[in-house]
Ligand binder design. Sequence first.
Ligand code: KG4
Ligand code: ZN
Length: 355
Amino acid sequence: MRVLGIESSCDETAAAVVTEDGEVLTDVVASQIAMHGPYGGIVPELASRAHMQAIIPVIREAVAGLEGGLDAIDAIAVTEGPGLVGSLLVGVQVAKALAWSLGKPLVGVNHLDGHLAAVYLRRSGRDEPVEVPELPFVGLLVSGGHTALYRVDSFADIELLAQTRDDAAGEAFDKGAKLLGLPYPGGPHLAVLAEKGQPGRYRFPRPMLKSPDLNFSFSGLKTALAVRVRDLEADGQLADAGTADRTRADLAASYQQAIIDTLVGKSLRALAATGHRRLVVAGGVGANRSLREHFRAELLRLGGTVYYPRTEFCTDNGAMIAFTGCQRLSRAPAAYTSIRVEARPRWPLEELTEP
Ligand code: KG4
Ligand code: ZN
């Protein structure tokens, strides 16, 4: 089976064609980062307009790379939510029109479900087969909008174990980067700066690590960085040409380490609580190299295994949506005969049901 996946929930317009065993045949992503950059965050109205402009060319490119073009597609999958409503509507309406005109099944996909399933993807003809996790596993989803731990006994049965009480981990990266004067979205920039710094130089809190539950909180950490930056600025240390670069890199490394330690600590606790030995780390923050190394070392120590999507499938893409749609369709082929798919801006993963 070949499924065309369409993603437009946030600031990436994406389309891809994927087979049922996770082979990515084509994959196209149009990013809006440059457009939102000057505003320091996503402007929803601009995002939906940019999706409108990009969506047909992106789908066309994804299908052009495919032998047989649109005729070779067995079904269409689209992100229904969660996300920005105006952005979601663009993908949903185009997917509906396409499914209706081609007479092909249409599957609505939960974006978070897609992030977790991205661990099964590999690019056709380019990637070695990856080692993929068997079920059950614990899923840590760390993106710009979500930070949560799930017990995944099957993709039809996902239980929320814990989530953030305020900012998501990606938001903590982005807000921290902003405080350090880095461009939007700051996560990857902060990660690059952190590589040059010493993580032990500045002490930052490890939020909620002492609390016995599994929930996260990152807003206090961001405040701690803001206070530290203010003090160092008052002291002239961020202006001094001789020390400023070093200081900023050490701040980035120390701050990043606090986020990583918190994510690792809570994830290990979730593994202990569930008795599971496999962990999947998914979502944009899962692309962070240092985070990957820390998780790998900790899981090795415990005799467990951590699995990551390939880096290019950590951030938003159409392939994860195509693959998730494909799996849902295989489980219930008779259920997707109508084009009844709606934009669902708020749609917690644990509320996902099977048809
Ligand atoms: O999953 P994603 O593409 O979009 C959402 O669904 O939110 O995640 C985007 C988030 C942003 O906050 C971005 O700064 C962060 O992931 N991110 C990173 C890295 N790459 C992306 N954060 C830390 N290190 C990275 N290398
Ligand atoms: Zn995402």
